[in-house]
Design a protein around this ligand. Structure first.
Ligand SMILES: [Zn+2]
Length: 56
């Protein structure tokens, strides 16, 4: 499965339906048809990922 953020293939499986992208350092989880994306904080905790704003 490809990363939903960068569409890259540097993705590792870290749990049941849970994946990690080595390119953008996000963790994501398949929840049925939805994919929940998390950023990994420095202490290893997961925080909600917010896509970079398209207008800066
Ligand atoms: Zn990625």
């Amino acid at each position: 499965m490809r990363c939903p953020v960068c569409n890259g293939k540097s993705v590792g499986k870290v749990g049941v339906d849970q994946f990690y992208c080595w390119d953008c350092f996000v963790e994501y989880q398949k929840q049925g048809d939805n994919i929940k994306i998390y950023s990994v904080a420095e202490d290893g905790s997961l925080i909600d990922f917010h896509e970079p704003a398209s207008i800066s």
